[in-house]
Design a protein around this ligand. Structure first.
Ligand code: GLN
Length: 313
């Protein structure tokens, strides 16, 4: 099946916006000044079907740094380039049960980064990106994420500078990975490429196109470009289901029944395989770093649009 007819989708999207626009629970990320300055009132929703049809409500065109949502798409590009077995072996696909920037998770698991959707695993994944130099890897990442979005994505220079000045913890995680022989490129250069990938500017609408490309077996439904192999999408969506919302991934799957990926700037992309993608943007986060209104709106729409993968009808 496909998404419901466009008039119904439009009405339910507006319902979701109206229901949750007034919620002000949670707090904007404040670990760097550039994110702490985000307007907490911003709220945007976007849906893109595998047919290319789209609908948006609220601040869906507002640009923000992609942050951890990038991890899903860099993982897809690396799976496509190296094959899923190599990534399974070197990164893993099990949940850590710990926060996204946990050092303890690495220590408790013998240096395994566990999965590509926490910082340790994302750093390991970025180190595997094709290219001999950091510049080659960055070009590959920026080109690949732009192909997912169907337009050239550019860096938020303020966010990048702010992150680069405050990334000692990620550098430490990369060094620790190195000590365990679990990073495939220079750790500080890898951290810099990772910091850049997190600083790419996207809108909720971009995220929905990116998610719809995963829903559509790797073909961007807006541009028609094949970005990754169909099998890659299955692997990526399975990894998102286990770990896309960090240590809250179980609760997310329990109430929403779809793979998703969040980031600390307030974006969430959710994928309905074979149907399309819903994305949300709202900067206030819960304690795990997931957008509060994004989770509420996604739960509502997954139910109302009949998208839960575990529903028998
Ligand atoms: N740039 C952030 C970091 O590495 C991204 C984390 C996130 O979105 N959860 O800490």
């Amino acid at each position: 099946g496909r998404l419901p007819r466009e008039e119904l989708v439009a009405q339910l999207m507006q319902d979701a916006y109206d229901r949750y626009a007034g919620v002000d629970d949670g707090a904007v990320a404040d670990y760097i000044p550039a994110l702490a300055a985000a307007d907490p009132a911003l709220f945007g929703l976007s849906i893109v079907s595998v047919t290319g049809a789209s609908h948006s409500v609220g601040d869906a065109l507002h640009e923000f740094s992609i942050q951890s949502v990038s991890k899903a798409f860099v993982f897809a590009l690396v799976c496509d380039a190296l094959g899923p077995e190599a990534v399974l072996r070197q990164v893993g696909v099990n949940n850590t049960g710990l926060p996204f920037n946990s050092v303890m998770a690495l220590e408790l698991n013998g240096g395994s980064p566990m999965n590509p959707l926490v910082n340790a695993g994302a750093l390991a994944t970025t180190s595997l990106v094709p290219g001999a130099t950091a510049q080659d890897k960055w070009t590959f990442v920026q080109t690949g994420l732009s192909a997912f979005a169907g337009r050239p994505l550019s860096l938020d220079d303020d966010v990048y500078a702010s992150e680069a000045a405050h990334n000692r913890r990620n550098q430490a995680i990369a060094r620790l990975l190195e000590s365990y022989g679990r990073i495939a490129h220079d750790p500080l250069e890898t951290t810099d490429v990772y910091t850049r990938q997190c600083s790419l500017l996207v809108s909720a609408t971009d995220l929905a196109v990116m998610g719809a490309t995963l829903a559509d077996g790797g073909v961007n439904p807006v541009t028609g470009e094949r970005v990754v192999d169909p099998s890659v999408c299955r692997y990526v969506l399975a990894a998102l289901a286990t770990s896309g919302l960090y240590e809250r991934s179980g609760e997310w799957l329990f109430s929403i029944g779809l793979p998703g990926k969040s980031g600390v700037s307030g974006g969430i992309v959710t994928v309905a395989p074979g149907k399309g993608s819903l994305s949300t943007f709202s900067p206030r986060l819960d304690a795990a770093g997931n957008s509060v209104r994004g989770g509420l709106a996604t739960r509502y729409l997954s139910g109302a649009l009949g998208l839960n993968l575990f529903a028998s009808r």
